[in-house]
Ligand binder design. Structure first.
Ligand code: SF4
Length: 379
């Protein structure tokens, strides 16, 4: 079936469900969507339309509108705890590679299948959000988990496949049921004559709608690593790392950016790169010569803000780099404005863990928020 036909069916199915099951549908929106959706309505590139986007979703009939940034906070809390557990147990599996970019995870299993223990088991933000949102709603409103439907709006066409992978289930139920891209949402709003720029502002629902600044920068290259450093620093030093992480270019390859930090009397070398740099680092890992402790890899140059589900930069009249910079600055600005800088300090998240009687990276969290690549196979 043509990709466009699949998209239309998925959009139509959710619209149909909204007619009779709107109480059971939860929508979550990824960090990168809000800084690109406005381009489909001729707004200046890099305009953050978060609050108008929420109103637009409510106009479409969604009653529960949440933020995948909250899911990004969960991912980082889990990934930082997973990383620190490896450090404390003297694990041989360093470097640890990030696992939230599905383009990279697909590529890893082609290039680095023998290094399976080096990739983080933590689910991506949409999976973490979907898993806990279903548990929360089922418990709070006495519903069956299988009746709760999660729609994710994402910047990425590959996320449609990610949500259907067997390891993105909790207790055998998929964490995410439907996936629309930024372009799917924009197109639907245009078809329904919903003029995004003229809408009033609205806020995400709570308690799954708040996030730290760390969650907000997930949509750009280096954002996952920066959030992870903030969380590790907080867990290890008990203080907030509140400056921007300054990366330098690695001597291994210009594609690789690195930063050396001493946290709680340990030296760490962190890196971020695209799949080009990752190829070299996989080879070095295999030869035991990779110097890094944690590596963030993003398949799209610039990260999710430049994903294939976003409006094309070509429609803006600007150069690719200008669009990337504008979208990136919009996410950085929203991080700068955040009073809470790191995921472990997201109060709503901590309350949710308490409500579900779990702690980061404990057995329950492993069951809900981590992938068992070996049990389910790679894909
Ligand atoms: Fe998808 Fe690109 Fe983001 Fe990876 S970086 S998750 S491929 S949009």
């Amino acid at each position: 079936m043509e990709e466009n036909t699949v998209k239309k069916i998925e959009v139509a199915e959710v619209e149909e469900l909204l007619l009779n099951h709107s109480d059971d549908i939860i929508v979550q929106v990824a960090p990168a969507v809000r800084v690109a959706l406005g381009e489909m309505f001729s707004l200046k590139v890099g305009t953050n339309v978060e609050k108008k986007m929420i109103s637009a979703l409510r106009k479409l009939g969604f009653k529960h509108v949440f933020d995948t940034d909250f899911g990004a906070d969960i991912t980082i809390d889990e990934e930082a705890s997973e990383f620190l557990s490896r450090v404390k147990n003297n694990s041989p599996y360093f470097p640890m590679f990030s696992s939230c970019c599905i383009g990279w995870v697909n590529s890893f299993f082609i290039q680095g299948n023998d290094l399976i223990n080096h990739i983080s088991t933590t689910k991506s933000p949409l999976g973490c959000f979907g898993s806990l949102a279903k548990k929360y709603y089922a418990k709070k409103y006495n519903k069956k988990i299988e009746d709760i439907i999660v729609l994710s709006i994402v910047p990425c066409i590959l996320k449609k496949n990610e949500s259907k992978m067997p390891y993105n289930k909790t207790d055998d139920i998929f964490d995410v049921d439907y996936t629309w891209t930024t372009k799917d949402l924009g197109q639907l709003l245009i078809e329904r004559n919903i003029d995004l720029p003229s809408l009033d502002d609205s806020d995400f629902d709570n308690p799954l709608g708040s996030s730290s600044g760390g969650g907000k920068i997930f949509g750009r290259i280096g954002g996952v690593l920066e959030s992870l450093i903030r969380a590790i620093y907080y867990y290890e030093e008990g203080k907030v790392f509140d400056k921007r992480v300054e990366f330098t270019t690695s001597s291994i390859l210009p594609d690789i950016k690195e930063v050396k930090l001493n946290i709680n009397n340990r030296d760490y070398l962190f890196a971020n790169c695209s799949i080009i740099g990752a190829r070299k680092l996989i080879e070095m890992t295999r030869n035991h010569t990779c110097p890094y402790h944690f590596i963030e890899v993003m398949a799209c140059a610039g990260g999710c803000i430049m994903g294939a589900g976003q409006p094309s930069f070509k429609d803006t009249g600007l150069q690719l780099n200008e669009v990337k910079e504008a979208r990136m600055s919009a996410l950085n600005f929203s991080d700068d404005e955040s009073t809470i800088k790191c995921s472990p300090l997201n109060d709503d998240l901590n309350k949710l863990y308490d409500y579900l009687n779990m702690k980061p990276f404990d057995q329950k969290a492993e069951n809900y928020l981590h992938r068992d690549y070996i049990k389910y196979g790679k894909h």
